[in-house]
Design a protein around this ligand. Structure first.
Ligand code: 0X9
Ligand code: ZN
Length: 323
């Protein structure tokens, strides 16, 4: 389990208990489901927050995913914080109520529970990143190199099983990315993707990133200048609220097979990566802020998340366009 100094983080059982408690506390605001199982058979819970969660309403849908990378435990706390804020706050906070009433919000607090549990299983913090699926020479696929758009195209991932950025033997070879893919595909209703915007939470470096990651070019197939401008403009506005640094993903480094590129290229979902606290670190310590940091660092994103949700129906509005 989490060692001393980190017990304020949720392990998988505690995360599951928290989601179940949310259902008990707010049965009319949430619906809990599973996207299917991880490689090792853990359920991948998804919580829908809506003012009528049993019904598929004709409202813009938004997706938050956390913990693609095992050791980035702060992101699980971010997703749980989003859930708490938009459920506990509904009755008393009119701004929160307005967002929940006008959106259908999906939260997947752990895309990689096998890796996260392995990371803490010995009572130490192992620095594990990937999932726990065996490969031909080693263990683990990097989920964020396993998505099926320009998979393995561009030197932004590795074909070596022991690498931290091993892309897997084929796109969507990881059960976890398959499950999220199938869920997102299932939200195409009547030929229209219902999910309009997405944030994938990571640590660390305090960045807001947007597509594409596979190329340094600002525009490319499926991403025109207006769209790049809208991505950047909303990204910079959110960064002004949380103090992160905004940039195109590839300005950090080239990645291929990342979730943001797939979400955008395949579904035209406005998909961002947020790299949370801290801004810098030495060795693995940047992945392991003490639990005393959790409350501050998740709340820091409140206004950026609210802005994001506000624009989620039509991100191009941020540059004066209509949808
Ligand atoms: O390398 C990653 O997957 C992310 N950084 S992390 O340190 N959390 O591993 C960055 C992904 C950014 N997205 C793209 N470049 N597309
Ligand atoms: Zn990450």
């Amino acid at each position: 389990d989490f060692p001393s100094g980190y017990t304020g983080y949720h392990n998988y059982a505690e995360m599951t208990a928290e989601l179940n408690q949310t259902v008990t506390d707010h049965p009319n605001l949430v619906r809990l489901s599973s996207l299917g199982n991880s490689y090792q058979g853990r359920a991948l819970p998804a919580l829908k927050i809506s003012n009528n969660p049993a019904v598929d309403q004709a409202k813009p849908e938004v997706l938050f995913t956390c913990n693609q990378h095992a050791r980035e435990h702060l992101t699980v706390e971010m997703c749980l914080h989003i859930i708490k804020r938009f459920t506990d706050g509904y009755a008393t906070n009119s701004a929160i109520k307005a967002l929940v009433d006008s959106r259908e919000i999906w939260v997947v607090p752990s895309v990689n529970p096998d890796g996260a549990e392995y990371d803490i299983a010995a009572g130490t913090l192992r620095g594990w990143r990937k999932n726990r699926q065996p490969n031909s020479t080693s263990t683990g696929t990097d989920p964020n190199r396993n998505w099926g758009y320009q998979w393995g195209c561009c030197g932004g991932s590795s074909g070596t099983g022991s690498s931290e950025t091993y892309r897997g033997p084929s796109a969507f070879s990881a059960p976890e990315t398959q499950r999220v893919r199938d869920f997102v595909n299932s939200r195409v209703v009547g030929g229209v993707q219902q999910i309009k915007a997405h944030i994938d939470w990571h640590t660390y470096s305090e960045l807001i990133l947007w597509p594409y990651g596979y190329t340094y070019n600002d525009t490319a197939t499926g991403l025109n200048a207006d769209q790049a401008n809208a991505f950047g403009t909303l990204g910079r506005q959110m960064a002004a609220l949380n103090g992160y640094t905004p940039q195109q993903s590839s300005d950090l480094y080239i990645t291929d097979g990342s979730v943001n590129d797939w979400m955008w290229a395949t579904h035209k979902i406005w998909s961002y990566t947020f790299e949370m606290y801290p801004k810098s670190g030495t060795g693995l310590n940047g992945f392991y802020p003490r639990d005393t940091q959790i409350a501050t660092q998740v709340a820091r994103n409140n206004t950026a998340v609210d802005l994001f949700l506000g624009y989620a129906d039509c991100v191009p509005r941020v540059i004066g366009q209509t949808c």
